[in-house]
Design a protein around this ligand. Structure first.
Ligand SMILES: [Zn+2]
Length: 463
């Protein structure tokens, strides 16, 4: 059997790995590359694998960097099953539809403005491609055996990262010998709200593990609520608006969950709260349905109180552009949660344009901000920002809440990698070089397993 790495090699995007057992090809994730436009578009158009030679795809979770290139695979001839958890199946549909929409809009914009980027003038895929992709999704339960090929059986375990996220455990018949391969997907953290904690796997021969925060320590999960409350109460005193750029999937629902609890407990006063994102609104509906993914705490809240933990009734979910625009006429204090998470596009940009010059405004950062994004510039203290061609002075307060992260930190990764008995090889993926090198060094001092970091897209390893 053999492993080949097509993405998330020395970077945190484009997760996609190929496992070949007895001439059957199983793709683990089919993620989109995100980052600098031209470079990413080039990589996305060249998946490196032959779609019609792939037998099955297993998707760890619904984030676009793990699922976003599925329609390209289908467009180019893949006809097998796309196996994922039931929650992931329901989340992927709106995520891919939104992705196709963004690309169609981008391509239109590029054409209209005569931008000469050959790679960007056509969308990677369209709504029709997404429709065909959705038909191939095959939902399964956690901790249930699913036959993938004659020689490979899959069991999904909780990854504790986002709703529906899974660790893939593959039980492989390799010429009469049973081998176990684990793919971590994205590993979450114990104690995150709403979802269950990541599971530990007891036994494995091979591990492919993410390494996003291979060399970083997070503030504790318990600080999420208090950090949020402190910032909100301060801004309320000043009478300003609180703007939270947020990823539509998981982070928005977590924030809503915290806000709802903080109000119920009387820690923050009841002020108007808006989730101004059609995608987040749709995804929150999926969250309400998948109670099987909930941890005990939120289950209890559902059973014991009449209040909905997603703030139904207390929090306003806006869909139409008119509703969104009407928020501009309103005065603070109020909270607006809107995408995108790094303030690069989406409705948050309108709110930033209208409120950044007001010193009473507070922009609350709750997620990773990549280089060159507006979110990153705000963190770095830029004095002005250009939004929709208009330069605005940044007089608003910008607060980074460091307790919010959906990825495990260095200690979580160490524990996960050191737990399984019998590990022979550990492959590190989904991390920048500095994070991976530190993690590899630490692990090699604590385990006898060989630590391998794939260096180039397409690297092959025989197992
Ligand atoms: Zn993820």
């Amino acid at each position: 059997m053999q492993l080949q790495f097509f993405g998330a090699v020395r970077e945190v995007t484009g997760s996609s790995h190929l496992l070949t057992v007895n001439n059957k090809n199983i793709l683990l994730d089919c993620g989109m590359f995100q980052g600098r436009r031209e470079d990413s578009m080039k990589k996305n158009r060249n998946l490196k694998c032959k779609p019609n030679k792939i037998d099955e795809v297993i998707v760890s979770h619904a984030h676009i960097d793990h699922s976003g290139n599925l329609p390209i695979l289908v467009k180019n001839g893949f006809r097998g099953r796309i196996v994922c958890t039931h929650a992931t199946k329901d989340l992927i549909k709106p995520m891919l539809e939104d992705s196709a929409h963004i690309q169609e809009q981008d391509a239109k914009y590029m054409k209209k403005h005569g931008v000469k980027f050959a790679e960007s003038s056509e969308p990677l895929y369209t709504q029709e491609d997404v429709t065909e992709t959705i038909k191939l999704l095959y939902g399964v339960h956690y901790n249930e055996k699913t036959k993938i090929t004659d020689d490979v059986t899959l069991i999904f375990h909780d990854a504790g990262h986002i709703l529906g996220s899974a660790i893939d455990e593959l039980i492989i018949n390799d010429e009469g010998k049973e081998k176990r391969l684990i793919f971590s997907g994205d590993l979450g953290r114990a104690g995150l709200p709403i979802i269950k904690d990541p599971e530990m796997i007891d036994k494995a021969d091979y591990l492919i593990m993410e390494s996003t925060y291979g060399n970083r320590e997070h503030e504790s999960v318990e600080q999420m609520g208090p950090q949020l409350a402190e910032t909100i109460n301060l801004t309320i005193k000043n009478g300003g608006k609180i703007l939270i750029p947020s990823f539509a999937l998981e982070r928005t629902q977590e924030i809503v969950y915290h806000l709802n609890n903080l109000i119920s407990e009387g820690v923050i006063p009841e002020i108007p709260i808006f989730v101004d994102s059609p995608l987040a609104t749709t995804l929150t509906e999926v969250f309400r349905e998948h109670t099987e993914c909930y941890d005990e705490e939120i289950k209890k809240q559902f059973l014991e109180s009449s209040e909905n933990p997603f703030g139904l009734g207390r929090i306003k979910y806006t869909r139409s552009v008119a509703e969104s625009k009407s928020l501009n006429q309103m005065h603070g204090p109020m909270i607006i949660i809107a995408g995108s998470g790094m303030a690069e596009n989406g409705r948050i940009r309108h709110h930033l344009l209208n409120n950044l010059e007001d010193p009473k405004t507070c922009v609350v950062i709750v997620g990773y901000q990549a280089e060159n994004t507006l979110g990153r510039k705000l963190i770095e203290g830029t004095s002005s920002a250009k939004i929709f061609g208009t330069v605005v002075q940044v007089r608003a307060d910008v607060k980074v809440l460091s307790a919010f992260s959906a990825h495990g930190d260095m200690h979580d990764l160490d524990s996960f990698a050191l737990h399984p008995q019998g590990l022979k090889k550990i492959f590190l993926v989904h991390g920048e070089a500095e994070q991976q090198d530190a993690l590899a060094k630490r692990l090699s001092q604590k385990t006898n397993a060989e630590i391998i970091i794939p260096q180039e897209r397409g690297d092959i390893f025989q197992l």
